[in-house]
Design a protein around this ligand. Structure first.
Ligand SMILES: Cc1cc2nc3c(=O)[nH]c(=O)nc-3n(C[C@H](O)[C@H](O)[C@H](O)COP(=O)(O)O)c2cc1C
Length: 384
């Protein structure tokens, strides 16, 4: 499909007419309620404290919403976490660094949920050795659950169900103040270097850098196609595979039903759908009002897990503060085409110290967004 600008306006117009005619009923029926059911089911498990904690841990942020966690519950009182080798991102995350960060997010939520339930979750990372390349073979962590009278509850746990990665444009008229940034940086408990900026010159440079890295990714065929294959367009696809990049909601669903939004159109750089995607990302990166990032001295697997544990805490604090937060990882990735952006972002944020920037996110105040899809817990338990 190749449509010019007038065609694009027609597309939007047609969708608006269909929405106005079908209206509320259509909108109500197109919500992927089954795909978001795990958010409503969290905590409603009485049988086993490990399952109860798991029902929250699966709500963790993770790259491309791959949900790479798999758990073995065969030993009583223990949960062994594995990484599902089918759920890696070989092109954009060739070292599985981001996947491991996502598993760190999972472990921190697991620990917090256990504590809330009166259990100390003792986490031993990589109990059978640290995997260098293949993260899918040996366990990522072994977690022992022990009933404990005096386990500290974590105040951030109250925000698990409202935590989001908010990918919408943010309000350019609303600044993110110093006190908010300090609060955010403290959420990780000082264990890792969480840094922020709202300084206009640096924000402008980072807006530009994140946009250029995004443009490189979208125009690097292999990298972009990895995302296209993970797109779930419309309710039926999202319900069938509640993971990946969900393109739902009444507007996109209508375009898709009208045949104006498809995986084929999105994968062809000559189409309006593709160009509109680029414009959309430019608007999104351009509306960043501040940035937050975590950098580390090393880049080993244990450090990557610690980054995830810190990131989810920052994300939960953002939820508490009503602040939008959105990771933009393209410049931090390890494939050849993004190397110039990798050098630029490290020059900006980690100059001189030999540090590695592990995750970078934009901040601002955006519209409220709903929860992202999740596979239910029973699909994440290993059937051995
Ligand atoms: C290590 C890591 C990297 C991520 N990178 C990006 C990114 O580059 N762009 C993006 O839109 N979201 C990114 N995300 C956010 C995920 O897409 C998001 O967590 C996932 O879709 C689930 O949505 P939720 O966080 O709202 O539950 C990243 C998340 C993690 C943990």
């Amino acid at each position: 499909m190749s449509v010019n600008r007038r065609g694009a306006l027609k597309m939007a117009g047609a969708a608006a007419v269909v929405l106005a005619a079908g209206g509320g009923a259509f909108i109500l029926t197109r919500q992927p309620t089954r795909a978001t059911a795990p958010w409503r089911a969290a905590g409603r498990v009485d049988s086993d404290p490990r399952l109860k904690a798991l029902s929250y841990a699966i709500l963790a942020p993770n790259p491309h919403n791959r949900q790479p966690w798999l758990v073995d519950l065969r030993t009583a009182g223990e949960l062994t976490l594995y990484c599902d080798a089918e759920r890696l991102l070989p092109v954009t995350d060739p070292e599985s660094r981001q996947i491991v960060i996502g598993l760190g997010c999972f472990l921190e939520l697991l620990r917090m949920a256990a504590a809330e339930d009166g259990y100390a979750a003792d986490i031993a990372p990589f109990p059978e050795g640290v995997p260098a390349a293949h993260v899918g073979e040996k366990p990522i962590a072994r977690v022992r659950f022990q009933r404990a009278a005096a386990v500290d509850k974590d105040p951030l746990f109250a925000h698990v169900l409202e935590r989001r990665s908010n990918k919408e444009p943010y309000d350019r008229a609303r600044q993110v103040g110093e006190a908010v940034l300090a609060n955010l940086a403290n959420a990780a408990g000082g264990r890792l270097a969480v840094e922020t900026t709202n300084e206009p010159g640096r924000v402008a440079d980072l807006r530009d850098l994140t946009w250029r890295a995004m443009e490189t990714e979208l125009t690097t065929r292999q990298a972009y196609m990895e995302s296209v294959h993970l797109m779930r367009i419309g309710k039926a696809e999202i319900e069938a595979s509640p993971d990946g990049i969900d393109l739902g909601g009444p507007f996109l669903e209508t375009l898709s039903l009208l045949g104006m939004l498809s995986r084929e159109a999105l994968s062809d750089p000559a189409t309006t759908a593709f160009r509109q995607g680029l414009d959309m990302f430019r608007e999104i990166t351009g509306s960043a009002m501040a940035f937050v990032w975590i950098k580390t001295g090393g880049n080993d697997r244990v450090t990557q897990l610690a980054v995830g544990r810190a990131w989810v805490r920052v994300n939960l604090k953002a939820a508490q503060l009503g602040l939008g937060i959105h990771p933009l990882s393209q410049a931090l990735q390890e494939y050849a085409e993004v190397r110039p952006h990798f050098a630029a972002v490290h020059g900006m944020l980690a100059a001189g110290g030999g540090h590695r920037v592990q995750i970078l996110g934009r901040l601002g105040y955006g519209p409220e967004v709903g929860p992202s899809p999740r596979w239910p817990i029973e699909t994440r338990i290993m059937d051995i």
